[in-house]
Design a protein. Structure first.
Length: 233
C-alpha cells in the first residue's frame, strides 16, 4: 500500500507562446524511465491554450484519449468526420484504434481554454477509430464523484475500450467529503482548488499515485475544487 504525492512543480513543462502544458508522465521530448505511467494511465496533460491557439492535425493510434475541459471551449475535428465543441461538463472520448488524425483548437480567439487530456491503453489493438461525447453537467453539479469514462458500461459515461479503467470526476464544494474507491492503481489529480487525501494535502496541480491503498477519504479544501480520479489495474 502506497500513496505517492507528486507536487505540481515536479511535472514536465512545455511552454510556448500559445500553450502552457504540464505533463504528469513522460511525454514527447520528456522521458524518465521511472515515470512513464501509473497502472494503465499513460498521459495526464494539464493544458492551457491561449485564445486563437491550438494543436494542428496530427496522428494517433491504439490509444483511448479522454478530454475534460475545466474552463473555456475546445474545438475538435478528426479524419473520421467528427466535429465538436468541448466545454466544462462535457466528457469526450476518442478511440485512436487503427489510426486517426485530429486537431484541437481553442474555440475562442481571445479567452484561454484549460483542459486535462488523459490517455489509457486499450484492451485491443487495431480497432476501428471512434468518437463519443456526453454532457454530464447535471450529474457533476449534483456533487460527489461521477463516472465520466468507463469500459464497464456505466450509465451516462463515455465508453472506453478498456474494461479495467474508469475515470471519475468531482466538482467538489467547500469541505465536501467523498470516497475514492479501492483499486490496484488510483491516480487522484487536483487541477483546480485544493483537497486532502487520507491526510495528504493536495494543492492545485498536485497528484497522488495510490497503489493497493483501499478506499480513501478525499476532503475538498475551503474553496472547493475539481478532482479527476482514474481507477485502473
Amino acid at each position: 500500500m502506497t500513496i505517492d504525492v507528486r507536487p505540481a512543480p515536479t511535472r514536465f513543462h512545455t511552454e510556448l507562446d500559445w500553450l502552457d502544458s504540464w505533463h504528469s508522465f513522460s511525454f514527447g521530448p520528456f522521458h524518465d524511465p521511472q515515470n512513464t505511467h501509473h497502472g494503465l494511465l499513460l498521459v495526464n496533460n494539464d493544458d492551457v491554450i491561449a485564445g486563437g491557439g491550438g494543436f494542428g492535425t496530427h496522428p494517433h493510434s491504439d490509444m483511448e484519449i479522454v478530454t475534460w475541459v475545466l474552463r473555456g471551449e475546445l474545438e475538435h475535428r478528426d479524419s473520421e468526420g467528427n466535429e465538436g465543441i468541448i466545454y466544462p461538463g462535457l466528457a469526450q472520448r476518442m478511440s485512436a484504434g487503427s489510426g486517426i488524425r485530429h486537431s484541437e483548437a481553442n474555440a475562442s480567439a481571445t479567452a484561454d481554454v484549460h483542459l486535462v487530456q488523459m490517455w489509457v491503453l486499450p484492451n485491443a489493438r487495431g480497432i476501428a477509430p471512434g468518437y463519443e461525447q456526453r454532457d454530464l453537467t447535471a450529474a457533476i453539479d449534483a456533487g460527489g464523484l461521477v463516472v465520466v469514462a468507463s469500459g464497464q458500461d456505466h450509465e451516462g459515461a463515455v465508453t472506453i475500450h478498456q474494461p479495467d479503467a474508469t475515470l471519475l470526476v468531482g466538482r467538489l464544494r467547500e469541505d465536501e467529503v467523498v470516497t475514492v474507491p479501492a483499486a490496484a492503481h488510483a491516480h487522484v489529480f487536483v487541477p483546480v482548488g485544493t483537497a486532502t487525501l487520507a491526510g495528504n494535502a493536495l494543492a492545485t496541480g498536485d497528484a497522488a499515485r495510490c497503489t493497493a491503498a483501499g478506499e480513501l477519504e478525499l476532503l475538498a479544501g475551503p474553496e472547493g475544487g475539481e478532482v479527476l480520479v482514474w481507477l485502473t489495474t
